[in-house]
Design a protein around this ligand. Structure first.
Ligand code: ADP
Ligand code: CIR
Length: 341
């Protein structure tokens, strides 16, 4: 039905499925045309579909299920699992001298139970999310103590500096734009961070919350431990949308489950000269390669963003373990190539 696109949406949206679902709407008024809009307008999409609410995943299951199955290798009858216990993670810093790993970042997406997701949320509801989440975060103390900055109140210089230092989301992403995620911009959007900028929360970007732990270097376990604690604190004040089957509910089906992306920024100049070899290792460990400025960006100064690809049907510990094991293998191969150069 959708031609000239390799997205999973285009692959699975047959005429029959379109006819079967085209007149349905969720209780938030989200339709099949809304689901597929981003992929229709951006033919280079990898996925091309967004949910407006938890109900979208049920109502439009004939389209979402095969997308989820192909991306996560997770079938309709599978159950998600969770383990956020840092004690179960085996991740001793693989680069103590700091020769390869520039920084480590782990983020999870969260959305509030019984609220529409970003593509279907109203301006008023978005504001409610902002107030509720920022008030809770502003009450945090100890290492997580920090301040909320509404996008509206940041100067262009402050905003650009946060973006170029990898702390803040960019504006104007065309995939999010088509999905309706940039409506009423910049209202209701903002960032909370602690003084060290090791704990950050984005509010009302692709998901209502993106909870982030990051720091320089390769101490992956420390980053995971901070995130695990922060999530515990957030859950004391907010109930997040979660289902036994799909785990944490997110607007993009790639983020379902743990909603976790654990990444390192890493310098691998020798491997970068042989992308086929580089990709054979990342594929073996279920990893994705992104550019230095995040999704849909290029590598700068030979720095790559390496992260787990699987998020659903695997626990939080397994997501990070995937990334860790792959990074250990990448560093070993890089050292090999260095020695034999
Ligand atoms: P997300 O991870 O939130 O899905 P992006 O891929 O757009 O979205 O990344 C968001 C930002 O986080 C970008 O500026 C990206 O460069 C930065 N980032 C990702 N991983 C790391 C890392 N390990 N160290 C520093 N910054 C990172
Ligand atoms: C796409 O379909 O390409 C965008 N909507 C982003 C999808 C999620 N990102 C990813 O898998 N890398």
């Amino acid at each position: 039905m959708i031609e000239n696109s390799n997205s999973l949406m285009a692959k699975f949206l047959t005429k029959e499925i379109y006819e079967q679902l085209k007149d349905k709407k969720t209780s938030n008024g989200y339709s099949l045309d809304d689901v597929i809009k981003s992929g229709k307008e951006n033919l280079d999409s990898g996925i091309g579909a967004y949910a407006g609410d938890e109900e979208s995943y049920k109502l439009f299951a004939p389209l979402f299920d095969p997308i989820i199955e192909e991306y996560h290798h997770f079938s309709k009858s599978d159950k998600h699992k969770s383990d956020f216990n840092p004690k179960h993670l085996n991740a001793k810093n693989p680069d103590v001298k700091g020769e390869y790993i520039v920084s480590t970042r782990i983020r999870v997406a969260r959305n509030i139970k019984n609220f529409p997701l970003g593509p279907a949320i109203s301006d008023k509801q978005r504001k409610e999310v902002e107030v509720r989440v920022s008030e809770l975060l502003n009450s945090f103390d100890g290492d997580l103590k920090g301040k909320y900055y509404a996008l509206n109140n940041l100067s262009d210089d402050e905003r650009n500096s946060l973006i170029s230092s990898h702390f803040l989301f960019k504006a104007g992403d065309r995939f999010l734009e088509s999905a309706g995620l940039n409506r009423d911009w910049p209202n209701g959007r903002g960032i909370f961070h602690n003084d060290e900028k090791t704990f950050l929360v984005w509010i009302n970007e692709e998901d209502e919350l993106r909870v982030i732990s990051m720091q320089d270097g390769g101490d992956i376990k420390e980053v995971f431990t901070r995130l695990s604690y922060a999530i515990e604190k957030l859950q004391e004040g907010i109930e997040f949308a979660y289902s036994e089957h799909l785990g944490y509910i997110t607007s993009c089906p790639t983020n379902l489950g743990t909603a976790m992306r654990a990444s390192v920024h890493i310098k691998l100049p020798y491997l970068a000269k042989d992308m086929e070899l580089f990709k054979s290792i990342t594929d073996r460990y279920h990893l994705q390669i992104r550019g230095t400025d995040g999704e849909h960006s290029q590598s700068k100064e030979g720095i790559y963003d390496i992260s787990n690809k699987r998020r659903l049907g695997v626990s939080e510990v397994e997501c990070v373990q995937d990334m860790y094991d792959g990074v250990v293998a990448l560093i070993a191969k890089e050292k090999d190539l260095e020695t034999n150069a």
